[in-house]
Design a protein around this ligand. Sequence first.
Ligand SMILES: C[S@@+](CC[C@H](N)C(=O)[O-])C[C@H]1O[C@@H](n2cnc3c(N)ncnc32)[C@H](O)[C@@H]1O
Length: 207
Amino acid sequence: MSIRTNYEKWYEGKDYYWGLEPGSFLEELIRLSPPSPDKKVLDIGCGEGKDAVYMAQKGYNVTAFDLTENGIKKCKALAKERNVEINAYVDDINTFEVNEKYDIVYSTGTVQYLFDQNKEGFFEKIDQITNPDAIVYINVFVEKPFLELPPDWDKEEKMWRSGELFTYFGDWKMECIDEIIFEDNSGFVPHFHCMDTIVCRKVDSKI
Ligand SMILES: C[S@@+](CC[C@H](N)C(=O)[O-])C[C@H]1O[C@@H](n2cnc3c(N)ncnc32)[C@H](O)[C@@H]1O
């Protein structure tokens, strides 16, 4: 089964597979880049849209995509239910193209689906599609020699090297870089993940 098929299946019910609690970083994001209707956000791999819709509720102008039809359907339904506008569509992190520039690029739990050969191009694209002062938030699973591969890890997911994510943002102002190890019970088998997170700002002129 492909990763698309798996996620389509997980998202087909009426319950929200990842719940509806917004991502824990979003309050900090609001502090770093306060919402306004002209502030454009791109959520890459939005799943069923819990974070994208929350950001729209807070007053950002939100675009969001995901590989799955079911995820996007639920994202749109959630936006409708909460009475907010959102531009949500199916697309692939490996090949997506956008014509606009964004003030926030947000991607959680998805960058491990980038193919190795698309990594460089992806980060060049992030640079091209962001406005000065933009904030980028990305997290990615990383491998550690002392951690087993999680039992539900899919062959289409790629573990990154520890610290690798940060190397793509050397010219940006790092607001926060972090690496954590946490326990997870997905698949009902307790295991550990290691995750790197970056929050950075695009500073275009000397300060
Ligand atoms: C762990 S989920 C995270 C979803 C969402 N960001 C959240 O936090 O609720 C990973 C998401 O990546 C999406 N995905 C997998 N491969 C993708 C690809 N090639 N392009 C875009 N999205 C992809 C999946 O459909 C899934 O919704």
